[in-house]
Structures are given as structure tokens and as C-alpha cells.
Design a protein around this ligand. Sequence first.
Ligand SMILES: Cc1cc2nc3c(=O)[nH]c(=O)nc-3n(C[C@H](O)[C@H](O)[C@H](O)COP(=O)(O)OP(=O)(O)OC[C@H]3O[C@@H](n4cnc5c(N)ncnc54)[C@H](O)[C@@H]3O)c2cc1C
Length: 382
Amino acid sequence: MDFSLNEEQMAIRQTCREFAEQEIKPIAEEIDATGSFPYALVRQMGELGLLGLPFPEEYGGAGADFLSYCLAIEEISRGDVSVGITMEAHTSLGATPFFLFGSQQQKEQYLVPLARGEQLWAFGLTEPEAGSDSGGTRTRAVLQDGCWHINGSKAFITNAGTDMTGGVTITAVTGRTAKGRPEISNIIVPRDTPGYVIGKAYKKMGWKASDTRPLAFEDCQVPEGNILGRPGDGFKQFLLILDAGRVAIAALSVGLAQACLDEALSYAQQRKQFGQPISKFQAIQFKLADMDMEIELARLMYYKAAWLHMQGKPYTREASMAKLFASETAKRAADQAVQIHGGYGYMDEYPVSRYWRSVKINEIGEGTSEVQRMLIAKQLGC
Ligand SMILES: Cc1cc2nc3c(=O)[nH]c(=O)nc-3n(C[C@H](O)[C@H](O)[C@H](O)COP(=O)(O)OP(=O)(O)OC[C@H]3O[C@@H](n4cnc5c(N)ncnc54)[C@H](O)[C@@H]3O)c2cc1C
């Protein structure tokens, strides 16, 4: 078994590590405090090719493999998770559906500017009444006179309202199956379409410098051709999108957990109590050792899931396990990092307080921990 990364994977990881150290970390506290979307940084990431990493060069991408993309997400998130989720939601949720299911014309029109980092794109699955039960979509799209007439709403949609956003791909009920079940399709809605209303950004506990909004569709009309694949393909499509997305979220969680360990270790080596650095106390050492061990395990889990995906093998189980374990590892790491900082960890000027606020969402977005356990149990035959 070979766990080593190839040269390209190591180079991408190194580039992202340096970018995170030099460009992201110095502004992370400020963008969190002001809740401002870091446009200059995101544009810079586009120029570096980071917003189109896993897509072929012919579509404006960098032609990197899926593991390289996950390594990049880990390093960028180690710098700041708001920036990490902006990149992940754009790539895994926004651009990937065009790559996997788009026609040649849709790839040229939509994927190319996204992969080049000229635009961001959002994916709208969640609704006020349909979260974990994503098949319970209520938004409807009715085909009339060559146009889809869309009515409904979406909740918590990342990257939907930035100045760089080109639009959103949404799930909508477009009919009924032969068994009478709702037929779900993915419909492309460009930003300035009349009847598409982008709501005010939510005020959030963490991920404050990422863009999250409610969306409404009021007789919003898009051409018949703005569908990904065939009518009724939507459910199958988003399950595939979410499998890969979960591996990337696992990488994001590992990046955040690693940032917690970085800060906790450095603080423990400097902070003196009882005449010596607190890192000399075994109780602190054990916390650091457990963090290191769990992070390594979570990292190996996302490597394996990414590898299976790249081999074209089934990886739904491993993707859910990686996402679940990595997000819970990150939560424990953030908690221990604050504990190791004592009272200072509760103060905003220490990054660990920001990490602690930001970590919770990892157990909720792209399928809650309960949903991941349900998916794993399903694979067991339950
Ligand atoms: C910051 C942020 C960004 C997001 N970005 C996006 C995005 O870009 N696109 C998008 O489509 N969505 C996005 N989401 C939505 C996210 O995916 C949902 O919040 C998530 O899937 C959970 O849905 P819900 O919030 O409706 O919770 P619910 O489904 O209402 O769940 C509430 C609780 O009940 C539990 N539960 C539900 N069903 C079961 C069950 N059968 N068995 C056991 N427990 C169950 C859940 O695990 C959870 O603990 C985002 C959310 C946030 C907060």
C-alpha cells in the first residue's frame, strides 16, 4: 500500500499551504469580525487556478486529480474555513454539476468562467421545509411555452449573492414519476433572471466571511434548455454531487482541526504556569497527542475516500465516514484547543475562539452527522 503523494499533489498542497500562510491567515480575523466577503483573495485564488482545480484544462480548469483538490481544500481551510467553504461550495456544489451532467454547450457557457475563477456559482438544494429530507423539495418548475416557470424558495445557500456570483442551480419538482412520486430535476438559474430574488445574507455563528442566503422564485422563467441532463435526473445527480462534496468537507474539517492543533501546540509551548511551559504537563501533552492522532486518522479517511473515487470504485460509505469522523474530530480539536488556551481561548483575539464558533456547522452542512450515520447504516443493510 502506497500512502505517498505524487509530485503534483505535493506541489498543489505546498502552493496552497504558502498561500494560506501568507495571504489568508493575516486577514482571517478581520474578515470574520466584519463579516466581509474577501473578494481580492477569492479573485487571487481564481488567478492561481484554485477555483477550477479538478476540471480539465479544455474547460478552463487546472486538470488536477480529486485528491489534489481535497489537499487544497485542507490547506486553504487551515488558513480560514470561510475561504475554504467558499472554494468548496463553488467547486463541489456549483461547478461540478456542469462538469458531470452538463451538455457541451452548458460546459462552455457555464463551467469555463467558473473553472477560470471569473465567476462563482451556487447549488440550491435545501428549502425551508426540506433539509435532511432533500427529496421533499417543494419548489416547482412547470414547462410552458418553452420556458420553466419556477416557484418556491431555498434556504442557506452558499455563494448565492456575491458580486462574483453568476447564478444558482436548483432542485425543483418538474412532474410525477410513473409511481406518482415527485420527479426532481436540476435547473440552471442565472443571476439576473426576473423573478429570482436573492435574499439578505444571514447573520451566522461562524463562516462569517462566506456568503449564505435565502432565495425565492416568483414565476421565475428560464429557457427549457436550462436543465441539467434529462427531467427526473435531479435526485440521482445530487446524490452523486454530495458524495464527492462530503469528501471535500472532510478535508475542510481536517484543515480546521489542524489549525486548532497548530495554535494549541504553539500556545502550550509558550504559556508558563507553575514555572514551566504548560506543554510539559502530561495532561496537556495527552490532549495534543489525541488531537494529532485523530487528525491523522481523519486525513487518512478522506485520502481513502478520494482514492476510491478516483479509481471509479463505490465510495458512498467511505465518503460519509470521512465526513462524519472528520467533522467530529474538528469539533473535539476546537474544544481542546480552547481548553489549552484557558481564559485567553475565550477571547476573540485568539484564533481558537473563531475556530470554536466555526466548527459546529461541519456536523450540519452537506448532510448532518445523523444523516451520515443513516447512510452508513444503510450500507450495512439496515
Ligand atoms: C452555513 C450553511 C451553509 C449551507 N450551504 C448550503 C448550500 O450551499 N446549498 C444547500 O442546498 N444547502 C446548504 N445548507 C443547508 C444544509 O445542508 C442543511 O442545513 C442540512 O442539510 C440540514 O438540514 P436542516 O437545516 O433543514 O435540518 P433538518 O433536516 O430539519 O434537521 C434538524 C435535525 O433533525 C435531524 N434529523 C432530520 N431527519 C432525521 C432522521 N430521519 N433521523 C434522525 N435525525 C434526523 C438532523 O440530523 C438535525 O439534527 C447550508 C447550511 C448552512 C447552515
